[in-house]
Ligand binder design. Structure first.
Ligand code: GLY
Length: 359
């Protein structure tokens, strides 16, 4: 980058005023430690519930589409699916029986992002988030404002609570005693396990999907109905850039599923991208970030071995097409679609499986 002496002096003076030291003025053009070149092939990754999403996203990439469009059109299939109780239509509701959705998108080439949180009555939160990015000067709209914005763009309003999800919520409501999100008891893990054994479904489930074009452009989307039976208005990590999703076109992208609160206070997706910028592989970066989350976990959320008693999963793709991920507990899987077709990659866990964990 060419800058004049006068501009350099102005920048340096500004940096000094901020106490950043003499090199800060020229350090803003950060290069990745390893120069990452596009792989020349399209790649899509997603959480394990994203097989259909990956296939749809890959079709869009192969037709020359934009990576955010690929990710959003992919996850929209899951948002529309009444049988996925963690996302969109049919998602599990808040403690009042109302479905509230969170989503965000981020576009590498323009470094723009958009999100919606606590959106009611519109199932494709990902598409509304994409419009926040493309049609407003804002990044995040919440609650009634998000709904009004969706309405203005002609989204259909509908009841998102399916009969099946309502039955699951009713069972939870009838079973809980002191088991809600108001922290008034310390050791509520056993109560939750008892309810899970009684067939009551709990979820932090989410779908996160990231797309890489053959030319090395990245985009992503994370969308969810959030923590089941949450306090109304609770917002998780999914709509928050840097937590539920982060994309940097120079380096790569990372998305997450699992306990949003643990991710929100650690900005793990941003951290994973920074670790990849500094040369770590996607899998190692995800493991490092999860270890940091684990180190900062409060005692209330640790089991008898002092391991975090929750699940958190990170998925990452680098600009050069290398993919990887990691999970906090047990093993996990990640959906991957590249030009060789679809596969489920096994992800390493930081700690042993949770009790009753399927995988
Ligand atoms: N990761 C989804 C949530 O916690 O809302």
């Amino acid at each position: 980058m060419d800058i004049s002496r006068r501009e350099f002096v102005q920048c340096a003076a500004g940096a000094a005023a901020l106490g950043l030291g003499a090199n800060a003025a020229v350090a803003s053009q950060e290069e990745p430690r390893v120069k990452l070149r596009p792989a020349g092939k399209s790649v899509v990754i997603a959480s394990a519930n994203g097989q259909g999403a990956c296939a749809r996203a890959m079709e869009i990439l192969q037709a020359g589409g934009d990576p955010v469009d690929a990710a959003v059109e992919g996850v929209s299939l899951v948002e529309n699916d009444p049988n996925d109780h963690s996302v969109g239509y049919g998602g599990l509701p808040n403690e009042n029986g109302v479905v509230e959705l969170d989503a965000c998108v981020m576009h590498g080439p323009t470094h723009k992002g958009g999100g919606v949180a606590a959106l009611q009555r519109v199932k494709n939160a990902s598409q509304v988030a994409r419009l926040v990015m493309r049609r407003t000067d804002h990044v995040l709209l919440v609650g009634d404002g998000a709904l009004q914005f969706a309405r203005a763009h002609g989204f259909k309003e509908e009841e998102l609570l399916t009969d099946k999800a309502r039955q699951i919520w009713l069972k939870w409501k009838e079973s809980h005693s002191g088991k809600d999100d108001w922290i008034h008891i310390e050791a509520d893990v056993e109560a939750r396990r008892r309810m899970e054994r009684d067939g009551i479904e709990f979820t932090h489930g989410t779908i996160s999907c990231m797309a890489l074009t053959a030319g090395g452009d990245l985009g992503g989307c994370t969308t969810t109905s959030g923590l089941s039976y949450k306090i109304p208005g609770r917002v998780g990590d999914s709509p928050i850039l840097g937590a539920g999703l982060f994309v940097d076109n120079e380096v790569g992208a990372c998305g997450s599923t699992g306990r949003g609160e643990a991710n929100l206070i650690n900005c793990s997706s941003f951290l994973v991208v920074e670790l990849m910028r500094n040369g770590q592989s996607p899998s190692d970066a995800c493991l490092t970030a999860l270890k940091r989350v684990a180190d900062r976990t409060e005692s209330r959320l640790r089991d008898e071995h002092s391991y975090p008693n929750y699940q958190l999963k990170l998925y990452a793709v680098r600009k050069d097409g290398v993919v990887g991920g990691a999970v906090m507990r047990g093993k996990g899987r990640m959906a991957v679609h590249d030009e060789g077709g679809f596969r489920l990659d096994e992800l390493r866990g930081v700690f042993p499986p949770l009790p009753d964990q399927e995988r």
